[in-house]
Design a protein around this ligand. Structure first.
Ligand SMILES: Nc1ncnc2c1ncn2[C@@H]1O[C@H](COP(=O)(O)OP(=O)(O)OP(=O)(O)O)[C@@H](O)[C@H]1O
Ligand SMILES: [Mg+2]
Length: 169
């Protein structure tokens, strides 16, 4: 699948941080740092091949936000969207758009309002309307050797550089 919008040179998105997570625990620790700093009204676009770790990262993020290491966080592959209520009053939406055939379907799922009122973690975001990329923090996962994952964070520098500095620290 391609992501035409993110490759469009007119888009403001640029690489903000590259890091390697050597194990699933490393990825979970990164996700927990992200969860500690990400504000309501944020959209995270999780890209990467099948099995790259998008759901694993999202699960760790949600558990951190729910303050519950054991919380059930099923992959939204079939339900398309799962929502969670965090103790701080924030809603977290976890979506997998792999099965969407038309970008307009995101409106039926309620994702448009959730972009403003909640935190949205979106797998297979190439199905999103193109304009949504402008606000998104994109996290790409690439499979490396022996359980390692290369993570690359991209987004509009003005919007995301403070968060990225906090997460990288
Ligand atoms: N460093 C790592 N970070 C994340 N996952 C890892 C890592 N090392 C191994 N894994 C394993 O890789 C798999 C990632 O699966 P996951 O379902 O998260 O992928 P996905 O990107 O969501 O795939 P899909 O596109 O099918 O939704 C899990 O089995 C996880 O245990
Ligand atoms: Mg997944």
């Amino acid at each position: 699948m391609n992501k035409p919008s993110i490759q469009d040179p007119t888009m403001p998105n640029e690489t903000l941080l590259d890091l390697v997570c050597l194990s699933e625990q490393d990825t979970a620790a990164f996700a927990a740092r992200l969860a500690a700093h990400l504000e309501t009204g944020s959209l995270v676009a999780l890209t990467g091949d099948l099995g790259a770790g998008k759901s694993t990262l999202a699960r760790a993020f949600i558990r951190a936000r729910l303050e519950d290491d054991e919380a059930e966080v099923p992959s939204p592959t079939f339900t398309l969207v799962q929502t969670y209520d965090a103790p701080d009053g924030t809603e977290v939406w976890h979506a997998d758009l792999y099965r969407l055939t038309d970008p307009e379907e995101v409106y039926e799922l309620g994702l448009d309002e959730a972009r403003d009122d909640a935190i949205c973690l979106i797998e297979w975001p190439d199905r999103m309307p193109e304009s949504w990329w402008q606000d998104a923090l994109e996290i790409t996962l690439e499979i490396g050797d022996a359980g390692a994952r290369q993570l690359s964070l991209r987004g509009d520098k003005t919007r995301w550089s403070k968060l990225v500095a906090e997460v990288a620290a």
